[in-house]
Design a protein around this ligand. Structure first.
Ligand SMILES: NC(=O)c1ccc[n+]([C@@H]2O[C@H](COP(=O)([O-])OP(=O)(O)OC[C@H]3O[C@@H](n4cnc5c(N)ncnc54)[C@H](OP(=O)(O)O)[C@@H]3O)[C@@H](O)[C@H]2O)c1
Length: 301
């Protein structure tokens, strides 16, 4: 059984990906800043900020999947937090690269998360992987992360980065936050609500990592989004529709969000209409290409 090491495998995507890879008969281990292991998964320790890593983690791995990075929207974007968001990604990638390079065992495949934040605020334009990086901190930090990824590509291994969209899961992430006011039967869309949200169901993003792991023709950057992005307003209205009952859907003005969140409001106000064409051309088929069935699966089961 091939050994897969997942850096940041304790997080939202990692927890489901660990299970999916185990169900598919891979031997999975996790690389974490914390020593504790859960659910019988072998856990190796590292500290990217200090440049320390248990080298055995890499010595036993046939493939490495890197999901590590400080949460984008967990805390206000102070200068220190922005530095942490960027460095936790560039330093972890550089440490994995250096350890792969200096370890005798040959890691054959390296997969990494990236993010559609790369494209910045791009209006109605369809965004293929060749589109230029946008402006603002989300784009700058993602570009720096991908520059570190391109250094890994220079090693003689197959490397793939997925520019992941908004991952839909009821247990946290963006959808968890959007769902909160629905407890009071109110839904809020942000600003004009016209900005494009490129989403992907949790199951599909994890299946896409598995597909990239098993597809020797995939190399480089791919968008990790469903093929049918929607406007922010359509997302909120469809949630209301799927949850049923009377729901008041009201706008939250952009200036209020900017006042409350500062630059971090980019996370919810940026418009990214991201194309899945290149990903589909690899033969990947989505379980949930359309939003409504995805939400029905997540919210009703
Ligand atoms: N979820 C989404 O909607 C989405 C969308 C686009 C891109 N992505 C990207 O996909 C990756 C995985 O997403 P996720 O939602 O699973 O993230 P997550 O739940 O925040 O998990 C990321 C993991 O990174 C590790 N980490 C946190 N802070 C770190 C730091 N300062 N230095 C090194 N490692 C740190 C943590 O593992 P330990 O505590 O065990 O070390 C954590 O479990 C992230 O890089 C994220 O930016 C996610």
């Amino acid at each position: 059984m091939p050994h897969i090491l997942i850096a940041g495998g304790t997080g939202l995507i990692g927890s489901r990906l660990v299970d999916l890879l185990q169900e598919t008969d891979y031997n999975v281990a996790v690389l974490s800043r914390r020593a504790s292991s859960s659910g019988g998964i072998k856990t190796y320790q590292w500290d990217p900020a200090q440049g320390t890593i248990d080298r055995e983690a890499i010595e036993q791995a046939d493939a490495v999947i890197n999901l590590a990075g400080a949460g984008i929207a967990d805390r206000p974007w102070t200068p220190g937090r922005k530095r942490l968001i960027m460095e936790s990604r560039t330093q972890s990638t550089a440490l994995l690269r250096q350890t792969i390079l200096s370890t005798s065992n040959e890691v054959r495949t390296y997969l990494s998360a990236s993010a559609i934040g790369y494209y910045g605020d791009a209006g109605d334009t369809w965004l293929e992987e060749s589109a230029p990086a946008g402006k603002g901190f989300l784009a700058e930090s993602t570009r720096a992360w991908e520059e570190a990824f391109h250094e890994v590509e220079k090693l003689n291994i197959r490397a793939v980065a997925l520019r992941i969209g908004i991952v839909l899961t009821p247990v946290g992430g963006a959808l968890g936050k959007i769902l909160l006011p629905f407890q009071a039967r109110v839904g809020g869309y942000f600003g004009s609500g016209k900005q494009w949200y490129s989403w992907i169901h949790m199951e599909d993003v994890c299946r896409l990592f598995l597909h990239a792991l098993e597809n020797p023709d995939m190399r480089g950057i791919y968008n990790g989004v469903a093929p049918n992005p929607v406007s922010n307003k359509e997302l909120v209205e469809t949630i209301g529709n799927v949850k049923g009952g009377p729901n008041l859907i009201a706008p939250v003005p952009a200036f209020l969000l900017r006042t409350a969140m500062g630059e971090m409001a980019d996370v919810i106000l940026n418009s990214s209409r991201v194309s899945a064409k290149k990903t589909e051309a690899t033969g990947f088929t989505y379980l949930f290409p359309e939003l409504k069935p995805a939400l029905e699966d997540l919210l009703i089961g």
